[in-house]
Design a protein around this ligand. Sequence first.
Ligand code: CP
Length: 311
Amino acid sequence: MKKYTAIKDIENLSETIKQAIELKENPFQYEALGKQKTLVMLFFNSSLRTRLSTEKAAKNLGMNVMTLNVGETWDLEFEEGTIMNLKSAEHIKEAAQVISQYADIIAVRAFPSLINREQDELEPIITNFIKYASVPIINMESATAHPLQALADAITIEEFKRSKTPKVVLSWAPHPKKLPHAVANSFVEMMQKRDVDFVITHPPGYELDPRITKNSIIIYNQEEAFQNADFVYTKNWSSYSNYGEILKTDANWMITKEKLGTAKFMHCLPVRRNVVVEDAVLDSEHSIVIKQANNRTFAAQIVLKGILENL
Ligand code: CP
C-alpha cells in the first residue's frame, strides 16, 4: 500500500479484513517492521479514538510516534501564489516538506468547514499534503471521508455477522450540532464493496452525495428500513443539498431498544446518549460500539503495516 487516503487504496479488501482480524491474536508479531520509523500525526481537529488507536497501532509495529495539534501552532496557508500578509504564518509547501524530513508516514485529520461545499470537496488540506509531502499520507478523517473508521466498521461486521449476507442499515439520527458527512460517506462506500444487504434510511432532505450513494437503496421510513436488520449503523450528518444545515429534525429518529429489535447497534463514537440513541440500547448486549472502537487499532495497524512494507 502506498498511502491510505481513501478506501480504494486497499487492493484486496477481504484479505485486508482477514489479516486485521488475525493481527488481534498477536498484535506485536510485526514489531520489527516499524523499528526506526516515525509516524507523525497532525490534528487540525480534536480526536479521542483516532488519535489513541493510531498511536497504539504504530507502537504495536515498533514505530516512533510524534503528534502535533496544528491548531496550537499557527495557521497554514493553502492557496497558491497568495500574498501572506494576513493570519497564516507558513505555507503548506514548506510545512509538508519539512515534516516529511521528520516522518516516514504522515497522518492527517482535517474536518470540513460545512460552509462552502465546493471548497470542502477540494479537500485542500489532505490534497496539499499528498501533493507536497515526500512520504505516504494516511487520512485520519478529512472533509468527505473517514476510511480508517470504515475499515474498522467492516472488520466489526465481519466478526459479528451470523449469515453470509447480513442486512446492514445505515440510519440517520438527530443531533443538536451540524456534523460532517465523512463517516457516513465512507461507510456507504465500504458497504457497497462488501457482501451485505445494504439500506440507507434518513428523513427527506438528508440525502448524502448522490455520487457516493449511487444506486444504494434509500428508504425514508426508518421502521420499514429496520425490518430484519442484522446491524443498525447510526450516524448523524447535516444536510448535503442545503450544505451543512440542520433541517427540521425529528426526535422520533432516535434509536430505541424497541426499534432495534435483535439487530446489533453500531456507531463510530462519540455518541450523544438519549439524543442519537437511548441508554437502553447502548447499555445492552446489542451494542457493539466498544468492540467497534477497539477495531480502530487493528484497522490502523493493518494500514500502517501495508505502507511500511512498501517503504
Ligand atoms: N470515531 C472517531 O473518529 O472518533 P474520534 O473523533 O474520537 O477520533
